[in-house]
Ligand binder design. Sequence first.
Ligand SMILES: [Zn+2]
Length: 132
Amino acid sequence: MLKEIGGVQIQPKHRASCHCGSVVLELSLPDGVVDPRRCNCSICRRKGAVVASVPLSGIRILQGAEHLKLYQFNTFTAKHYFCSNCGIYTHHQRRSNPNEYGYNVGCLEGVDPFAIADIPTSDGVNHPADRH
Ligand SMILES: [Zn+2]
């Protein structure tokens, strides 16, 4: 977990927003940014965002819920949300742990995700739920 990124303190209640500002979220991050990662699955490889995790109770939509669009595919377990105006991915309800959201670290106000050294890439191509 990271309590500061590139000299910016992660607040216990940190705001996050899409690019156009229509969607504003409040993330509860008492432990900072937990488990930042990228993923090589079919959707993450296209969006390329650095993602971290919070419990479902850790995201509050402050503004713009009506602008959030839901995208689902394959098993329709995960729920991927993005701003319907600017297209930016904000958060998703995870498939491997539906009790958690993943969120776009790049949406955190003031935070440069590329200031995080050595961001691991999850092997989402070989997702546990796809193994038989
Ligand atoms: Zn937007």
